[in-house]
Design a protein around this ligand. Structure first.
Ligand code: AOS
Ligand code: ZN
Ligand code: ZN
Length: 384
């Protein structure tokens, strides 16, 4: 197997979310699991296990206020001591009663000021933790036609984004996430990549679009969006997860590994495998064990990446140029149909890791230890 492919796989970087380690559920039920973290420090400790067994998950996304602490610089030092670092700072302007009619697009200027204040606080936390990325997702929208003025809400959104953008320091950037619907059911203020892209273009080069794979209408060609944004230099990252129906937040690669491969092929094709694109997981493990679920998810991304790297680009270009429809498709499918698990096992061995992260984690006794040590673990704050 080519050395360059192995090197890329060794250098891959997948960020796990702090909220994946806490209890989560749906609006019907949150099933509490044993041993879940009681505070952000314990979430980092769990994330460090995912990195220890995969070698490619060195960053942990935080969510404010779910991960609120007194000393963020201290939290970052604690992370470093565990061998991980703080990744994207995720803002939360969706959980207060004040946000019933929206946050930065709310018709009430006082609510808008409050929401902006939180977003700016998140940049302070980036300064303290050394995080380079602010991830913005707005639940803002309306439930009924006529409820509010669509254009005015776009104006308010643009105003808030400009204020946040102006606060970013050197080396910091803003990722704007879009979502088709939910919690708003009629209109969402950032419903699609085009809206996010247009706002990012106006803001400047430090603003990029983040693609959450669960945030599209069924049948949407997500790899097209990825190809387009990469071509324009505006793909900031991914929130990876799987969906069967809506924003299911299941393990990435579980519902449609072929789609994940197609996305990763466009990432490779567009030069997106690098630090300028953040490969984040945005998942909730409602019924399956959380740390093992994260390890499995990281491995699923690795497998899709390995297959994407295996595409014979020369043969593909030749078939495409010749108009050989079936030949071109066969080149892509050959890569997808390759069993890359032996290759990844070798890559892990080269990194000094156990070739089978799931089994190694299970053998480690970590879960048994946290189950005994941690009593009264907390809910992630999500999906209740
Ligand atoms: C919400 O649906 C989005 O996917 C968010 O990215 C995310 O789940 C939330 O911001 C958690 O912090
Ligand atoms: Zn997301
Ligand atoms: Zn989501």
């Amino acid at each position: 197997m080519r050395d360059d492919i192995r090197a890329v796989l060794r250098g891959q970087r997948i960020e796990t979310p702090s909220w994946a380690y806490g209890n989560s559920g749906t609006r019907f039920k949150v099933f509490a699991q044993q041993g879940v973290p009681r505070d952000p420090y314990e979430k980092l400790a769990d994330a460090a296990q995912v990195h220890a067994f995969t070698g490619v998950a060195p960053a942990v996304a935080l969510h404010i206020p779910w991960d609120r602490v007194d000393d963020y610089a201290g939290l970052a030092r604690y992370a470093a001591g565990l061998g991980v670092e703080i990744g994207a700072i995720n803002s939360n302007v969706f959980q207060d009663d004040d946000y019933r009619l929206g946050s930065v697009t709310n018709p009430d200027p006082a609510v808008r000021r409050k929401a902006l204040g939180h977003l700016l606080e998140c940049v302070d936390i980036m300064d303290a933790t050394g995080s380079a990325t602010l991830k913005l997702w707005f639940s803002d929208g309306t439930n009924y036609p006529g409820q509010d003025d669509i254009r005015a809400r776009q104006d308010r959104l643009a105003e808030a984004l400009a204020a946040v953008y102006a606060r970013l320091g050197d080396g910091q950037r803003l990722l704007l996430e879009y979502k088709l619907f939910e919690p708003a059911f009629y209109l969402t203020d950032v419903p699609d990549w085009g809206t996010a892209y247009a706002h990012c273009l106006k803001l400047g080069d430090k603003a990029r679009v983040v693609v959450d794979t669960g945030h599209h209408a069924p049948g949407t060609n997500i790899e097209f969006i990825v190809a387009f944004l990469l071509r324009e230099g505006r793909l900031g990252g991914f929130d990876f997860n799987s969906r069967f129906y809506a924003d299911d937040d299941l393990m990435v690669g579980a519902a449609d590994p072929f789609q994940l491969f197609r996305i990763m092929y466009e990432v490779v094709r567009g030069g997106g495998l690098g630090p300028h694109v953040a490969f984040m997981l945005d998942q909730c493990h409602n019924i399956e064990p959380k740390i093992a679920g994260q390890i499995r998810s990281v491995m699923n991304v690795q497998e899709a990446t390995a297959k994407a790297l295996l595409v014979d680009v020369g043969a593909l270009a030749a078939a495409q140029a010749a108009g050989d429809v079936l030949g071109a498709n066969a080149v892509l499918m050959d890569a997808y149909d390759t069993d890359v698990r032996p290759l990844l096992a070798e890559v892990r061995a080269e990194m000094g890791l156990d070739p089978d992260p799931m089994a190694a984690y299970a053998r480690s006794g970590y879960f048994e230890k946290i189950r005994a040590d941690r009593v009264g673990g907390t809910q992630a704050g999500w999906g209740a």
